[in-house]
Design a protein around this ligand. Structure first.
Ligand code: MG
Ligand code: MG
Length: 263
């Protein structure tokens, strides 16, 4: 789930840092189980059930279900995952909608465990996928990796933002600016905001013990977004395709530790 645009909290103890890793690994298992099931004919609510079952079986609670950021949202988010298809960027609500050959599916998922959160997203091609769609997804994943590579104590949030922006825009893609990454830990959305654009050397200081959810959203045709009638789903304003990757990272002496990829 991405924070809407509107100092940062650091994790207080080694125990809580370990819990961040545990929470992230639970999300990683949920992602793997959904990726294995994502195929033509599967309904997005079936993927939601897979994620919820995985998270609860591992002793955690879905972070998104019942989440209500206030602001203008009419109702709390009703599911464990966000399932966004093709021109949908983030926050799609799982439903009876079936995946089709050639779709780009973007899944976002969070788990709360031991008092802390993990938050992660991935895009995946359904069945046989066109080259331009695969390129968009690969570029989004690579831009996330380039952002993560800038995470170290003493660096600035803008270093992450700039690495993502330079790479994505260098390939001709548009970055979503309306929704951003975020600090994460005891709450799913904490300070600082982690935009996917910005100047190197600018922005909040990255400190040891911080949790950061970095989440580039790349579009083919425009940076502009619109919210659909359900009040949650965000799509590209022009109907062009979008992809989303996100990982939760903690800042340690030995560099970034990615909690939400299978160890
Ligand atoms: Mg997320
Ligand atoms: Mg997030």
């Amino acid at each position: 789930m991405a924070r809407r645009r509107s100092g940062g909290i650091t994790i207080k103890s080694r125990r809580d840092l370990n819990m961040m890793i545990e929470a992230g690994q639970i999300v990683a298992h949920a992602k793997a189980n959904m990726a294995a099931a994502a195929a033509p004919g599967i309904e997005t609510r079936e993927l939601d059930a897979i994620a919820e079952n995985t998270i609860r079986k591992l002793g955690a609670v879905p972070s998104f279900k019942g989440y209500n950021p206030g602001m203008s949202m009419r109702y709390a988010f009703p599911a464990t995952i966000c399932a966004s298809l093709n021109d949908e960027i983030v926050h799609g609500i799982p439903s009876r909608r079936k995946l089709k050959e050639g779709d780009i599916l973007s899944v976002d998922c969070g788990a709360f465990y031991g008092g802390v959160h993990g938050d992660s997203a991935f895009s995946i091609g359904i069945g046989k996928i066109s080259e331009d769609r695969q390129r968009l997804m690969d570029a989004t994943k690579e831009s996330l990796d380039r952002g993560i590579a800038k995470v170290r104590a003493g660096a600035r949030i803008g270093d992450i933002s700039n690495a993502i922006q330079r790479y994505a825009e260098g390939l001709g893609y548009y970055l979503v600016k309306q929704y951003v990454g975020h600090g994460i830990g005891y709450d799913m959305h904490e300070e600082p905001q982690v935009p996917n654009y910005g100047k190197a050397g600018n922005g909040p200081l990255i400190r040891k013990g911080m949790g950061l959810a970095i989440e580039p959203m790349l579009n083919i045709g425009t940076a502009e977004t619109k919210v659909l009638e359900d009040g949650w789903t965000v799509s590209t304003a022009d109907g062009s395709l979008s992809a989303h990757f996100e990982d939760t990272v903690i800042v340690t002496d030995r560099g970034p530790v990615i909690t939400t990829r299978l160890a």
